[in-house]
Ligand binder design. Structure first.
Ligand code: T46
Length: 131
């Protein structure tokens, strides 16, 4: 399955921590868009789609959440709870995000601009696309 956890370097000192992310260094693509979700309502599950082209890195900069990934053959459940870890997700992976803690901020770095035509929102269509 085309995903990986990337551990970012922490620049810590007696003031606290700082993480820096640069295109083609820590991030394996050129970032064209950043978005983040917060104040996620208890019990909510988001996502339920795959992407035809988009690659992304998900970072839970505060709190925690879980990510369900599915490549049409197998699934993975990943917990994001460290602001110095990013989850790289390639295209063609069905994703769902859930179990958001009340303080969760899920920031996403994306390889493409927002384009609704890049989404596959029907699970059966997704399965056909990866066969
Ligand atoms: C993904 C997961 C991890 C925009 O206008 N611009 C944007 O860049 C995005 C991402 C969303 N929107 C609008 C479209 C919807 O009206 O914001 C609303 C919520 O988006 P959506 O329902 O697609 O959110 P999620 O949480 O289901 O999925 C998002 C991303 O869309 C998706 O690419 O991989 O987070």
């Amino acid at each position: 399955m085309d995903y990986k956890i990337i551990k970012f370097q922490q620049h810590g000192d007696d003031r606290g921590q700082l993480v820096a992310l640069e295109n083609d260094k820590e991030i394996p693509f050129n970032v064209k868009r950043v978005y983040y979700m917060y104040n996620t309502v208890k019990g909510v599950r988001r996502g339920f789609h795959s992407h035809k082209k988009l690659k992304q890195i998900l970072i839970c900069t505060s709190g925690s959440c879980k990510i369900h990934l599915d490549d049409g053959h197998e699934t993975r459940e990943i917990t994001l709870d460290k602001p110095y870890e990013g989850l790289f997700i390639s295209h063609n992976l069905w994703r769902e995000m859930y179990d958001f803690s009340p303080d969760a901020v899920l920031m996403v770095l994306a390889s493409e601009m927002y384009d609704e035509s890049d989404y596959i929102r029907d699970y059966n269509e997704f399965l056909k696309s990866v066969k």
